[in-house]
Design a protein around this ligand. Structure first.
Ligand code: ATP
Length: 298
């Protein structure tokens, strides 16, 4: 799979603070890549470096296999700061200004407003928008020109539960259209819900990275897949010990309220005419793993 971003041993120091410490990452096309870490772990600094907003002291990075360039920048959309637009202008007029600055066609404005669910409000003034709508407009703005990669820094910060759900659904929708996503978050739950891959940072250092599905691991949870994923979801909900499920790409991660034997689970589906194409027991949750790693790093 094509490497979208490679970060090679970057470090950034602010006086005595080592904000990023010899960090290397690799993001492949189609991944929803989470950079997960507590406050101050270096997430924003890392994103600022790969967006060339600040310079690292050491190391380098490549976009699409090349050193960063004007061309690569046009292929990257980002939402790094809280949404900032002209308050008395409509989203359409605000996006026209962004399109002018970035040299993108106005024709894309309708598409991004529809995608972010703002089309109905396209003529309202920005200042009348809820914070969630403002955040979605920032995403719309970053989507102009249909970038290959979308970078989001804590996109659900400050949103109410409905706003959080909207943004998460939007990110998954953008990802489903083939856009690679890089998202910084301090929320495990967020990474579990939307990311395919994760790098865990603490004090500027990468503690761990890998597939979210491999680190999401508890003794009472299973990763399952079947040809018909909808039937699988409906059937698993009938299991007496079923608690909840999280879709992860082509699979689902299912939590049970008690320990289940893999053979027993397989038989349960077989009896209901569902043939599993994948069944894998999970050992520890990402949360446990994350806490252990932070503990080890002290
Ligand atoms: P948060 O989620 O709180 O934003 P973060 O993981 O994004 O945290 P950074 O904002 O990258 O972390 O900060 C990493 C470290 O670098 C912190 O200790 C922070 O105080 C420090 N830092 C960041 N920017 C600056 C700056 N401009 N000057 C001095 N120190 C800075």
């Amino acid at each position: 799979m094509e490497t979208i971003l490679s970060v090679n041993n970057i470090s950034k120091r602010y006086g005595k603070i080592q904000a990023v410490d010899d960090l290397s990452l690799e993001v492949k096309r189609g991944q929803v890549f989470g950079i997960l870490g507590p406050n101050g772990s270096g997430k924003t600094t890392t994103l600022s470096i790969i967006l060339e907003l600040i310079k690292s002291n050491k190391g380098n990075f490549h976009w699409f296999g090349e050193p960063p360039s004007k061309e690569s920048r046009k292929r990257i959309g980002s939402v790094i700061e809280s949404p900032n637009f002209y308050p008395y202008l409509s989203p359409v007029n605000n996006l026209k200004i962004v399109a002018e600055i970035k040299d993108f066609d106005y024709a894309d404005i309708e598409r991004v407003l529809k995608l972010t669910g703002l089309y109905e409000r396209r003529n309202s003034r920005f200042k009348t928008f809820s914070f969630g709508m403002k955040q979605r407009l920032a995403v719309a703005s970053a989507l102009l020109g249909n970038p290959d990669v979308m970078i989001l820094d804590e996109p659900t910060n400050g949103l109410d539960p409905q706003g959080i759900a909207h943004i998460r659904e939007l990110i998954l929708l953008i990802a489903s259209q083939g856009t690679t996503i890089i998202i910084a978050s301090h929320l495990l739950d967020e990474v579990q819900k939307i990311c395919t891959h994760v790098a865990v940072l603490d004090k500027g250092r990468k503690l761990f990275d890998g597939k979210v599905s491999e680190v999401l691991a508890v003794s009472d949870s299973f990763e399952l897949s079947a040809l018909n994923i909808e039937t699988l979801k409906q059937t698993v909900a009938l299991h007496p010990a079923f608690v909840s499920l999280i879709p992860i790409g082509e699979m689902i991660l299912v939590y049970f309220k008690e320990d289940i034997q893999p053979a027993e689970l397989n038989q349960f589906f077989f009896q209901k005419d569902v043939i599993l194409s994948h069944l894998s027991e999970r050992k520890r949750s990402l949360e446990q793993h994350f806490l252990e790693l932070l503990e080890d790093n002290k």
